[in-house]
Design a protein around this ligand. Structure first.
Ligand code: ZN
Ligand code: ZN
Length: 215
């Protein structure tokens, strides 16, 4: 059975997720931990639940989602999975990290490219990879079909959507990703976003002012 633990890390209040199942294997999605207390909070959760991290996943590579990449790779001995089109986004972080107050940011490399149609596995759990560009050029989401839960990153938020004014962002592409990849999932699919509270596909179809479907 899939369990999802959420942490809100760094001044962007970015949602870092640990997904684990009965095998005790887990994956870490978008580690935004930067200061020592945040790293300890993540590490303590993993240790106290007896979990074994096996993969590090990035939905996309904006700074708030990758601050803890290098720490997780080194500390847990795991490799990073992300989309090739977000590699330049990841490389760019080092140049602007200190401007955002993250002096001491450690760079990390993508070890495995993932794309639409790939399946990421850990323990007895399978996650389908959806390619959902627009907020970032190589943005992916991870869908657990068995429990209808979507790790959506910064594509779709409760009554909002990801910003598209950053390099590589494109508004029409984002709306197309939401309509063609997310709104084609069933209405009861639960969305775990990169910021803020969870929502459902059905709720956003009706109440989202940016991408909702007019009735
Ligand atoms: Zn982002
Ligand atoms: Zn974000």
């Amino acid at each position: 059975m899939l369990k999802i633990k959420a942490f809100a890390f760094n001044p962007f209040q970015e949602n870092t997720y640990v997904l684990h199942d009965e095998t005790k294997e887990c994956v870490i999605i978008d580690p935004g931990c930067f200061d020592t207390s945040e790293k300890l909070e993540l590490t303590d959760f993993i240790a106290s639940n007896g979990l074994r991290p096996v993969k590090l996943l990035n939905t996309h590579c904006h700074i708030d989602h990758v601050l803890g990449n290098a720490y997780c790779k080194r500390n847990f001995g795991i490799e990073l999975y992300a989309h090739k089109k977000d590699e330049p986004v990841l490389r760019a972080v080092k140049a602007y990290a200190s401007n955002y107050g993250f002096a001491g940011y450690e760079e990390s490399e993508i070890d495995h490219y993932i794309d639409e149609g790939d399946v990421v596995e850990f323990g007895s759990t399978s996650l389908d990879v959806l390619f959902v560009p627009g907020h970032a050029p190589g943005h992916v989401a991870f869908y657990h079909a068995d429990t209808k839960q979507l790790m959506g990153g910064d594509v779709l938020f409760r009554q909002s959507i990801g910003r598209t004014d950053l390099p590589g962002g494109d508004h029409n592409t984002l709306i197309k990703s939401i309509h063609e990849k997310l709104f084609t999932l069933s209405d009861d699919v639960e969305v775990f976003p990169g910021h803020g509270e969870t929502t459902t596909i059905g709720y956003e179809k009706v109440y989202n002012p940016f991408c909702g479907l007019k009735r």
